[in-house]
Ligand binder design. Structure first.
Ligand code: SAM
Length: 166
């Protein structure tokens, strides 16, 4: 149902109203597949056979038992492009400046443990400061979720703690 809603709502957006109910409008799409059942079943069977455990919770808890040789990708909430004074204690997705600092501290701890790390975020000064000393690679990306076409292009960074073997 979640995938079906996602394919049939405006810009693939997920948003809820004050009562916590899904309230994104229909995208007027009437053609094409809503769900790729074969792919969904293949992914499901892989997750079962590989005994993948999916956890929901804070990033620190999720990484509590990460050890040397593990690989961790943080697709972290975006630091706003223009950081306002309010950002230090409030953001619309609830991820504050303190959370970004906490994530950067965890990144450094995991690095010291020998974990392979990858993190993405907007290319803004705060992100470059927080991950100073690591490999920071800028990339131009196209965003599909934005009503303004001009805002669908942005610059992000890929942060890693290892170089590719030669
Ligand atoms: C840029 S999105 C990543 C989206 C995801 N990779 C996907 O493809 O759907 C950032 C995600 O971080 C999650 N998030 C927010 N606060 C978090 C926290 N304290 N710990 C872990 N995840 C958090 C948000 O719910 C959001 O799904």
């Amino acid at each position: 149902m979640m995938i079906w809603l996602n394919k049939h709502c405006f810009n693939g957006l997920y948003r809820v109203n004050g009562k916590g109910l899904f309230n994104v409008s229909w995208n007027r799409r009437t053609r094409g597949d809503s769900i790729d059942e074969r792919n969904l079943r293949a992914v499901s069977s892989y997750l079962r056979s590989a005994k993948v455990e999916i956890r929901q919770g804070d990033f620190e808890e999720a990484c509590a038992d990460a050890k040397a040789g593990d690989f961790v990708f943080f697709d972290s909430p975006y630091v706003p492009i223009s950081v306002t004074a309010a950002f230090s204690d409030y953001t619309k997705d609830g991820f504050t400046l303190a959370d970004h600092e906490r994530l950067a501290a965890l990144f450094r701890r995991l690095d010291r443990l020998g974990v392979y790390l990858l993190l993405t975020n907007n290319d803004v000064p705060l992100v470059r400061e927080l991950y100073d000393g690591y490999l920071i690679e800028p990339v131009d990306v196209r965003r599909y979720i934005n009503c303004k076409a001009s805002k669908r292009r942005s610059r992000e960074v890929i942060v890693t703690n290892r170089r590719r073997p030669l």
